[in-house]
Structure formats: structure tokens, C-alpha cells
Design a protein around this ligand. Structure first.
Ligand SMILES: Cc1cc2nc3c(=O)[nH]c(=O)nc-3n(C[C@H](O)[C@H](O)[C@H](O)COP(=O)(O)O)c2cc1C
Length: 338
């Protein structure tokens, strides 16, 4: 039987499917179900630092009812009741999840200040999290903000968190960076043990009748996997730490592609919302069947076999591929026209 265990964040995981941060893991029953279906670790939904600010604002309001003492800057945020878990509730959930299952529970954090990131990460570690995933999101809307400024802020917070906790830290990144190999190398120097490629950030949609800008959330499709494969394949061999791929992983073929690009694990969310938690078991069975049919002794031996450093011709990963793809398309079009 093919060994499908993988090493990730210094832990031996039973397989390559980790449940990505999603509200599905807010129920302990679901968490048990995920483990039974074959998930090798679970990333909990993120705790947002804004939650704390809102909770302390609510407390202030209680203490000084009738005054207008709370920060105006919080007014644009969702109401406190829109967050599904309070800060304390989140930490309690980490404790209960750890007790409920044997697989690692990875807490996820989205902070706004270095102090906030550090404090919450420490609390998550104390609550028993096996590791911490930093759900990072920075969006430049100010012309004076340079990409170097944003990268420096990210590195400072990763450095702060990694110095404050002993558990391994993974950094979930946005796709919007110019030189990812350089950034990932510096994240590693700051203490990150893995990079997670890439979070999906939801762009607002427009209603042209009401002239409103609306938040929109849609599940991913496997086509979103391609940029992740591309970057994992470029990064593999250049980092000492691990790579996880999240975004567009729906089938056994997607998982195999991710591992062959250089990932140690995949983090899956949309497919579980669409097909249910038991989908993990089906994907693992399909993957085992594929590997056994080709007589692979282990999944780990396929890791990185299609990475940029492993393939004889690197041009598909480089600039040449862009030109070749476009020119081959126009040739086909021309032939079709005759
Ligand atoms: C309903 C929903 C809620 C999510 N909440 C979080 C979150 O709290 N923190 C986070 O880092 N990612 C969150 N994500 C992103 C997922 O963890 C995942 O990285 C992303 O959806 C890409 O994987 P997928 O293509 O399998 O959906 C959420 C995704 C969905 C669909």
C-alpha cells in the first residue's frame, strides 16, 4: 500500500489533505467528521483582531453608556454579532478541538497590529494549537505606500509572532507580490516554517442598477490552481521550509499536481462546501488508486518532480512560455479559419 504520509511544519501528517480555514470547522462534530474522512490536519477559521477591538468597544459602551467615547475608526467594521465566535470563544474552541481529535489543529489569525498578532498568537499557543497560520492581507490604497513598505510590515509581524511562540508558524499569502522567491526567503529568515499559496481575496462586485458596491463570495474552481502550481514549482528547492497550496484543489488530480509542483500538503475549502466533508475520503481513495496503479511506494517521492528545478526544460515556467502560448494560439486560430 502506498504511503501517503507527508511532513509539514515539522509534523508527520497522515496524508496531503488539510482542511483550510472555513466556518465548517466551527463545529466540533464537523471536526470529528473531517478526521474520520481522512483530513490530516485542520486549520480553524481565522480569529480577526478587529473582533477584540469591537469586544472592548462593546465593553466600553456598557461601562460608559450614554457617552460617545469609542473609536470612530471601528465604525466601518461589521457588527460584533457578525463575527461567529468571540475571542474567548475562539480560544475555547481550540481547546475543545484539540481534545476531540488526534490530528493537529492549526489556529488561524488575522491581525492588524504587530502587538495584536503577537498577543493572539501566544494565546492560541497556550490554548493548545499545534501550529499557527497567519492569514495575512494588506491592500495598498494609498499612493505613498510602496511595495517595500508592505513587505517590511509583513516581515515585522512574522518576526514578532515567530519570536513569541514555540509552535511552528505558517504564512498564508496573497498572490499579489512582485518577487515571491525573495519575499519567501525573507519570511523564512523571520522564522516562518511554511508558506501557504495563496489565499483568495474576494473582490467586491458592482450593482449597476442601485450603484452599490457589494461584497461577493463564490467558491473556487480548479482553474484557480494553475498560478499556485506555477509558484510552488518555482519556489520548490529554494526554500528550507514547506509549501502548502490552497485555492482550486478539488480532486485527486489537483492534489497530485500540487505535490508534484513541490507542495507538502494541500488545504481544501470550497470542495468541502460543495461536495461535503466526506469528499476528502473520495479524493484520498482516488489518489491512492492512481499511485498504486503506477507502483509508487510513497506520495512523498513524487514531491517536486514537476518543479522548475526537476524538469529538463524550464521554459514552461519562464517568460518564453508566455510568448509560445500566445503564438501557438494564434496559429491554431489561423488554421481553423481556412
Ligand atoms: C466560506 C469561507 C470562509 C473562509 N474563511 C477563511 C478564514 O477565516 N481565514 C482564512 O485564512 N481563509 C478563509 N477562507 C479561505 C480558505 O481557507 C481557502 O484558503 C480558500 O478558499 C482557497 O481554497 P479553496 O479553493 O479550496 O476554497 C475561507 C473560504 C471560504 C470558502
Amino acid at each position: 500500500m502506498t504511503d501517503i504520509s507527508m511532513q509539514f511544519l515539522g509534523m508527520k501528517l497522515s496524508g496531503p489533505i488539510v482542511v483550510a480555514a472555513t466556518p465548517l470547522s466551527e463545529s466540533i462534530d464537523n471536526i470529528r467528521h473531517m478526521e474520520d474522512a481522512g483530513a490530516s490536519a485542520i486549520v480553524l477559521t481565522s480569529l480577526f483582531e478587529e473582533q477584540l477591538a469591537l469586544e472592548s468597544r462593546a465593553l466600553d459602551e456598557d461601562l460608559s453608556r450614554g457617552t460617545e467615547s469609542f473609536a470612530e475608526s471601528l465604525d466601518f467594521l461589521p457588527e460584533l454579532s457578525d463575527y461567529r465566535m468571540t475571542h474567548e470563544g475562539y480560544l475555547e474552541h481550540v481547546r475543545r478541538a484539540r481534545e476531540a481529535v488526534a490530528i493537529p489543529i492549526i489556529a488561524s489569525l488575522n491581525g492588524t497590529t504587530v502587538g495584536g498578532w503577537v498577543r493572539l498568537a501566544k494565546e492560541m499557543e497556550q490554548a493548545g494549537a499545534s501550529a499557527i497560520e497567519l492569514n495575512t492581507f494588506a491592500l495598498a490604497t494609498d499612493r505613498s505606500q510602496t511595495s517595500a513598505d508592505l513587505e517590511l510590515q509583513l516581515l515585522e509581524l512574522v518576526d514578532g509572532v515567530c519570536k513569541a511562540v514555540k509552535v511552528p508558524v505558517a504564512v498564508k499569502l496573497s498572490q499579489m507580490f512582485t518577487s515571491l522567491p525573495n519575499l519567501c526567503a525573507r519570511l523564512e529568515e523571520a522564522g516562518a516554517r511554511a508558506v501557504v499559496l495563496f489565499n483568495r481575496f474576494y473582490q467586491p462586485d458592482f450593482d449597476i442598477e442601485t450603484l452599490e458596491v457589494r461584497p461577493s463570495l463564490h467558491f473556487s474552481t480548479p482553474s484557480e490552481l494553475l498560478p499556485r502550481l506555477h509558484w510552488a514549482a518555482i519556489l520548490f528547492g529554494h526554500l528550507n521550509g514547506d509549501i502548502a497550496i490552497t485555492g482550486g484543489v478539488h480532486s485527486a488530480e489537483d492534489v497530485l499536481k500540487a505535490i508534484m509542483a513541490g507542495a507538502s500538503v494541500t488545504e481544501m475549502a470550497s470542495a468541502l462546501h460543495i461536495h461535503g466533508i466526506e469528499h476528502i475520503g473520495r479524493v484520498l481513495a482516488d489518489m491512492r488508486y492512481w499511485l498504486e496503479k503506477r507502483e509508487y511506494a510513497s506520495l512523498a517521492e513524487t514531491r517536486g518532480c514537476l518543479s522548475r528545478r526537476s524538469v529538463p526544460d524550464t521554459s514552461p515556467y519562464d517568460r518564453g512560455n508566455y510568448i509560445k502560448t500566445l503564438s501557438s494560439y494564434s496559429l491554431r486560430q489561423t488554421v481553423a479559419a481556412f
